[in-house]
Design a protein around this ligand. Sequence first.
Ligand code: PNS
Length: 161
Amino acid sequence: MTGTAIYPGSFDPITNGHLSLIHRGLQIFDKLIVAVAINPNKEGFFTIDERVEIIRELLKDKPGVEVDTFTGLTVEYVKSRGANVIVKGLRAMSDFESEFQMALMNRRLEREIQSVFLMTDYKWFYISSSIIKEVASFGGDISGMVPALVNQRLKEKFKKE
Ligand code: PNS
């Protein structure tokens, strides 16, 4: 095992796919910083504070995990944390195109930072935060695809809307 890696993303909300990746990332890296990106141009469903609070609660017993937020470029954040590895998950071919683009751009911006991709477990291949939100918005059953806490928060939020 070696060093610190940054796992950046929107996590709006975190799914079982993300959690699986975090657990597997910890088998490779001593420390994983789950970095929630603040995007001023995109209003999220959960606020940044809500996302962070949920992730912290779910991972509170995992030594080696830190939950943080960042604005601006991922590579700048990675540097500011003294790390040089970005971890991302890859689901299907559709992910490959955008992830490849981001990885090449990040490398162009910062040659010393490496992107490492872990294949998503087949069980979570079809899961994304967006599809989870869509199904939950229509009252579909998403248990087993997200942690119980996320399921509960989604229900509460859709009830309020
Ligand atoms: O969970 P997501 O939405 O796939 O995460 C995408 C994220 C946040 C990792 C990506 O949009 C990002 O890195 N944003 C920060 C701004 C940045 O560095 N953009 C250039 C990346 S090529």
